[in-house]
Design a protein around this ligand. Structure first.
Ligand code: ADP
Ligand code: MG
Length: 358
């Protein structure tokens, strides 16, 4: 089922939580809605589900496979939900939790006892909890409870699966495990899924496409690779990982980052470069290079983290592979040059394609 949203706004009193959002969720894809807290992710999900109505607007559309669903209530939209806080029934066993959605169906649509049992066991095998069918939620770990919540959402055979920060309350290790597991599950089931998260690593790892949201608007839509390597705005670049920011200005068609940060000038420019896209040289060979002094070196970890300070007292973070670092280790107080391998320059909010000096 594809979902097409056009010109959807949602206000709470005078506050606009969603501002003319248009986005398509293609059939069978897993799309991540990524953005900071308060950017409107949950609101968008609730509008898709029908738990919330959009602001009246003649141009507003919410289409499921091309059909307007404005007058289709939640129960008829065939959506499955998983929320952050395991909304499992505490007094029901795992089996009964998963069976719930089937037992409450109208008599004419309700499967027989036998069919329900078969389907629940099949789902519990799918989420690898078949041996725990008779346990109560309190007898499960957090990760297991979220897998039960997912089995329960799948029991009604939804056309669309909506996941709102489903792993948000779990610790980092379990989260990482579950996101891989969810991706594998999606590869088998191919249900159109929308996955809300504020964790960029989670979005980049799990999704076919990432929708980056900011203040009720969409900043960029793209594959994980595109939003990470070709961010459409400074916001996206900043949100998707560690980044060094240098302030400068555009002068005579050149983005200049050699001046002090606050001396005004024409258009304001920013140069953003990720720590792993900087390298350190003793002598730069005609490439853009920034003189800096090594401040601190951290070698305990998968990469070597070097903090440097430039002549404007700006901290510059560089991540080097151990292999590169070991060829020519640097130490605190040494004077070196920092050379970017890849940069993104923005003039105002938009990418700048011209030349620059640092
Ligand atoms: P996110 O899920 O990205 O954290 P939400 O969609 O939950 O963001 O909320 C977006 C904004 O809308 C927030 O500023 C939030 O306070 C506001 N908001 C959401 N729901 C309501 C509501 N029922 N009443 C008033 N304000 C709300
Ligand atoms: Mg939310």
């Amino acid at each position: 089922m594809s979902i097409e949203i056009t010109n959807v706004s949602k206000s709470f009193g005078a506050f606009r939580a969603l501002d003319h959002v248009s986005i398509t969720f293609p059939d069978g894809e897993l799309t991540a809605l990524l953005g900071p807290s308060g950017s409107g992710k949950t609101t968008l999900l609730r509008l898709v589900a029908g738990l919330e109505a959009p602001d009246p607007d003649p141009g507003c559309r919410i289409l499921f496979d091309g059909q307007e669903v404005a007058n289709t209530p939640v129960g008829r939209r065939q959506v499955g939900f998983v929320f952050q806080h395991y909304a499992l029934f505490r007094h029901l066993t795992v089996f009964e939790n998963v069976a719930f959605g089937l037992r409450v169906k109208k008599r004419a649509e309700r499967p027989s006892r036998h069919e329900i049992a078969d389907r629940v066991h099949e789902l519990l095998r799918l989420v690898q909890l078949d041996t725990m069918a008779q346990r109560l939620p309190s007898q499960l770990s957090g990760g297991q409870r979220q897998r039960v919540a997912l089995a329960r959402a799948l029991a009604i055979q939804p056309q669309v699966l909506l996941l709102d920060e489903p792993f948000g309350a779990l610790d980092a290790k379990v989260r990482a495990e579950l996101r891989r597991w969810l991706r594998d599950l999606h590869n088998r089931l191919h249900i159109t899924s929308i996955f809300v998260t504020h964790d960029q690593e989670e979005a980049l790892e799990v999704a076919d496409r990432v929708v980056v949201m900011n203040q009720g608007r969409i900043e960029q839509v793209g594959t994980p690779d595109t939003v990470f390597h070709r961010p459409a705005s400074e916001f996206v670049m900043q949100f998707l990982g560690d980044v060094n920011v240098f302030h400068g200005r555009i002068e005579a068609g050149l983005a200049n980052f050699t001046a002090t940060p606050d001396n005004g000038g024409e258009t304001e420019a920013r140069l953003l470069v990720r720590p792993h896209e900087l390298t350190i040289r003793r002598n730069p060979a005609g490439e853009p290079a920034l003189a800096a002094k090594v401040h601190r070196v951290l070698t305990a970890g998968p990469v070597v983290k070097v903090d440097l300070i430039d002549r404007f007292q700006r901290i510059v973070q560089v991540h080097l592979s151990h292999e590169v670092y070991d060829q020519d280790p640097v130490a605190p107080a040494e004077n070196v040059f920092v050379v970017p391998r890849q940069t993104q320059v923005y003039a105002g909010k938009d990418p700048w394609e011209g030349n620059f000096v640092i």
